[in-house]
Design a protein around this ligand. Structure first.
Ligand SMILES: Cc1cc2nc3c(=O)[nH]c(=O)nc-3n(C[C@H](O)[C@H](O)[C@H](O)COP(=O)(O)O)c2cc1C
Length: 160
């Protein structure tokens, strides 16, 4: 059976080709647990708050199959889009409740680098390869924006 989140002792079963990347917080705080650096989830892209697009970093909000989400954090990884050529696309991925905006529900959102298109309704596979940092509650949107820019730059350097 395939569920959205697949971990086995911290290694994403579907991509257990290398050593587990445990740079960053490896505490098993989430229900699904495991080492935090590497995981794979899949699901359909659904509408979010649409705030990201206004702020300059549109994100694909993934309705994760099975509902089990990876640990909160910001990750660099790859997104494969079903039925779309040109992928997989490097992506900066946020898992969390968007505490800067006092959000309450946890989501997986991916900003695909150098991608301009409509992903709503598409099935995607999100693979995190590196954990970049913890999710933060920033005091201003300007600070969040600076952090996202840094995340995107690091993703560009780490994932090709
Ligand atoms: C690379 C990246 C890093 C992010 N880091 C944070 C963060 O540290 N804190 C936070 O509250 N939200 C973070 N977010 C989530 C943004 O708050 C979210 O993308 C924005 O509110 C847009 O949400 P929407 O797509 O539902 O409109 C991050 C998003 C991305 C793509």
């Amino acid at each position: 059976m395939t569920t959205g989140a697949e971990w086995m002792d911290g290694v994403a079963r579907r991509s257990c080709t290398g050593p587990v990347d445990v740079s960053g917080d490896a505490s098993a705080s989430s229900a699904v647990g495991g080492a935090a650096g590497r995981w794979t989830v899949d699901g359909v892209v659904v509408p979010g708050e649409r705030r990201g697009r206004r702020l300059g970093w549109p994100t694909a909000n993934v309705d994760v199959d099975g509902g089990a989400l990876p640990p909160d954090g910001i990750y660099a990884g790859l997104v494969t889009v079903t039925g779309l050529d040109g992928g997989p696309f490097p992506a900066a991925v946020s898992v969390g409740s968007n505490p800067t905006f006092a959000g309450t529900s946890r989501t997986v959102e991916a900003h695909l680098l150098d991608f301009d298109g409509d992903l709503y309704g598409r099935r995607v596979v999100v693979t995190a390869l590196h954990r970049l940092r913890d999710t933060a509650a920033f005091g201003s949107v300007v600070e969040l924006l600076a952090a996202v820019e840094d995340d995107v730059a690091r993703t560009r350097a780490l994932v090709r």
